[in-house]
Every structure is written in C-alpha cells, then in structure tokens.
Design a protein around this ligand. Sequence first.
Ligand code: GLC
Length: 576
Amino acid sequence: MTSVDSRTPAESAESAENARPDQPSVAAPWWTTAVVYQVYPRSFADSDGDGVGDLGGVRAKLGYLAELGVDAIWLSPVYPSPQHDNGYDIRDYQDIDPVFGSLAEFDLLLAEAHELGLKIVMDLVVNHTSDEHPWFVESRSSLDNPKRDWYWWRQPGADGAEPNGWGSAFSGPAWTLDPTTDEYYLHLFAKQQPDLNWENPEVRQAVYTMMNWWLDRGVDGFRMDVINFIAKQPELVSGPQAATDGGSPMGAQIHDYLQEMHRAVFAGRTGEHLTVGEMPGVSIDDAVLFTDAARAEVDMIFQFEHVSLDQGAHKFDPLPRRLPPLKQSLARWQDGLAETGWNSLYLNNHDQPRLVSRFGNDDEFRYESATLWALVLHLHRGTPYIYQGEEIGMTNVRFESIEHYRDIESLNHYREAVEQFDQSPASVLAGVHAMGRDNARTPMQWDDSAHAGFSTATPWLAVNPNYPRINVAADRDAPRSVFAFYQRLIALRHADPVVALGDFELIEPDHEQLYAFTRSRNGQMLLVLANASDEPLTVQGEWLPDDISGAELVLGNYRGDGSAALRPWDARLYRF
Ligand code: GLC
C-alpha cells in the first residue's frame, strides 16, 4: 500500500511505459510483479525439538525461500495465544508466543529476511481476540467495566436463550453466556474467540496503535484475517430477536473502518507495504470498492467464490468438482477487477485442502497436475500466493480416525455431526478427509528422515505418511521437479509485464477438460493451454492461432512438446 499513487496498477504501468525521459515515471505497485509465500509456522520447521515449528525454523529456511524466488512471506500468527485455533486466538498483540520464539528472534528473522530481499507480512487478527486477552478479561469482569463495550454483550433472549439464532463458523451458536454477568458475548468463531466491537472508537485506535508498532518495527504489511467481519450487520447485533443465521455478518461500515485504518496507519508512510484482506462472502462489486486504489482501503482481498463451488450444504459436504464453474468464476473476477482494483490468486492455504488433491490427481499424475494448476494460477492477473508445501506438490492426508486430527473446526464438526445429528462416524470422517483444514497443516516434508526432517520430536500433528516419497529433497533431485517449475513461474512474473499486467481472456468457458486463456498487452500475447483431466485431449477451435506450431513454447510440464494433442494434465504456455 503506497499512499501517494491512487491510480490503478494498469494506469501506473501505462504511464511508466509511456513516460518520456523528462517526465517522472511512476511504476506499477511492487506487488503486481510479486509472489507471496505463506508460512504456517507451527508446521513449517521446528528448530528446538519440541515438535512445533518456530521462528528459528523459518530463519533456517529463508535461503530455501529466496531460492524459490518469492518476494514476500506471509507469516500466520506467531503472537502469544492459548492456541485453541492455532494462534488465530491472540492473547497479546505485541509479543511472540514462547512456543515460536521471542521478539528478539523475530527481529533477527525480519533483518535476515530483508537482507535476502524478502518482505515479511504479518497476520492481523482483529475481528476477535482470545478470551484470555486482557481486554476481554476486563470486559467480562463487570457490566460497568470501562472495557465492557469493547466486545459485543447482549442480554439473553426469551427463556434465557441466545440473543439470536446466529451460528458460529466452528459449529454451535455464535453466542456464549458468561455467568459473571449473565449476558451473552458474540463470537463468530470459537467461544474462545470473542468478537471485538469496532463501533467503539477506542477499539479502533488500539488496533491502529498496535499496527503502527509493528510497522515501526519494520514489518512490510498485513494479511487481515476475516477483516470484512469487523463491521457487523444490524440483524446480527441488534439484541434479542428471532433472527437466524442471516448469511454474511458484514456490515456497511466496513469501508469507513478500512479507510480510517488506512489514514491512521499507512497514509503517512513511504515504502512498500502490502495489505490483503481475507473477506469471505464478498461479491465482485464489493471487491472493486475494497481494492480501488483511489479509495485507499486495501491493496487486494482473498475472496472465496472459487473455493466454495465444491461445497454442498456445508463445508464438509463435498460436491463433485467440474472445471467450467471454476474457470468461469475466476474469469469473472479477472474481468470484474480488470479496470479497477486487483486480484489475489490462490488455490489453497492453511484453511483449504491441498490443491493437487482437490483439483488435480494426487496419485498417477501428481507432478503433472500440481504443475498444471501452478501454471494456470500464476498466469492469471493478480498476485499469486503459494502455501507451504504446494511448491513440492504436497497432498491431503487421510488419518484413519478422528483422534489424529487437531483442528478445532474439524473436531467440533465431527462431534456435532456424530453426537447431535447421529451421522455415521465414517461418513463424517470422509468429509474431514476431503475438506478438513489439517490437510494443509501436516508438517512440511523436508526429507525422508524421521518426521520428514520437520522436527527431531514427535510433531504436534502427524506427518503425512507419504513423506518418504514426497519431500523437498526428493523433489529437488527429481528430473521433473515441482519446485523448479514454480521457480520458473515466479521468474516469469518478475520479468514479463504481460504476465503481470496483460489483459485476460478465457477461451472455451464451457469446455469440461480444457483450461485455456490468453493474456495480451502492447501487441504481445501469451496463450495457456491446459488439459485438466486424466484423458488425452485434442485441442481444436477457430480461436487456435494458425501459427501455433511456430510459436515459442515458454513453459510446459511434459518433455518434447511437439505433439498437437495434450496429454493428461498437460499444461503449456506459448508466446506469440
Ligand atoms: C480465518 C483464518 C482461520 C481462522 C479464522 C478465525 O479464516 O484463516 O484459520 O480459524 O479466520 O480467526
């Protein structure tokens, strides 16, 4: 986020390219050519042998990330926390949890990362705190405590019931009765994660002060956890009534809050910051408003449309996956943010199943499908995010019993479905296998030694049993290395303005196997042809350029790509 330039990335780049030598040129924001790598510190690398990843582990792997070529690291939360939701329940915003290290070690990490040209983006979790945060401890202590209004307290509804029927994202009601004062408090997530009341200006100032403290320390920006939920829609919080869960909790004040935050935190700063807001349930029209540089809210958002298409009645109810809805959805976002705003690009993170298992074939065509989705995603217009392990094609895990799982969302869901709704344990476990968040959270597989080289101790969550075969060392030695493919994609984004800024056009939107699109800019064109299926595919169509056989094959995931037909999970990038 830079405060001085309110033009869109496209406008800035245009003027930079057209600038005469005597005119000052303003480059497109740095993140238009950047790739971000998400580290989930608990599961990345353990340096002190307690089975939990830590900052020492991240420091030890900075060279690996520099070699991959990414520009920035988004660090999932490392603040002091009771860890009910693996650090997304924060007890102290201005320190480091001893399980991860110390502030002094954080400063070392930051300095070493900067030395290597890597930026560090912190996770900002301010929709809620931990119930052990001193703010909440005070707030719950009495009706007239000065911090009472920092959270959402409401009187019981009829017969002592919850103020309304809103559900929490982690099963059960979004309200919990606190016996100290006999009022309910709101928590959109676990009951250990009470929601902050952003309508209170003191809350907002406290958050901005904390953000400034981290930026003054040298961090390069924030990934903002469920940031659109900080503003609550009136139905949710207006007190005892019959309202049931009314969809998105987001309230209309969200834009005011983000603009105020921008003024209080970013406006006076020079330098290259990044702000990305996680925003479940928002539309493209919302996204244009959030990411329009002239409005000064956030640089980009994480939207959820494309990762919700395979969800039925709820998250753990997977639907059959089809290509057309997925590519059409991503294309709508490409079109919607083409003129104003900017997309972030992701196919997995710490909350989603592994992309090669979800969208590819993680067995017979693991290399091909992992690299196909990498090519497809990184050739879209926007800032790509790589989630740890994605760059070596790590897969989902299928633990045989719920005892092996650690994620509060999966555990709560399992308990509710089996105990309250009488579903069969096997069917509920199948849902967890397909969609559970622990798929992404099994420890990073570094090599084939004990515990995959992640730790010398038994890890907090078991390693995926496929680690002797799938690990960094093996991938980097392999003739067909997923890591090497990602390196080339990242280098391409750095070097080629068509990749960063070119116009996007989807071809054959209804085709069930073919994912094809072009990117064009200043008379240059890139064409992506990808066969997202286990079957060979002959590509035909009037749109196919006549001179394709003479075109430069920039990148492909098969060797000897002379053949016209696309092999299973064949992905190619041509330049014209
Ligand atoms: C976000 C995080 C997720 C967390 C939730 C509550 O969705 O990505 O991991 O559980 O917010 O903080």
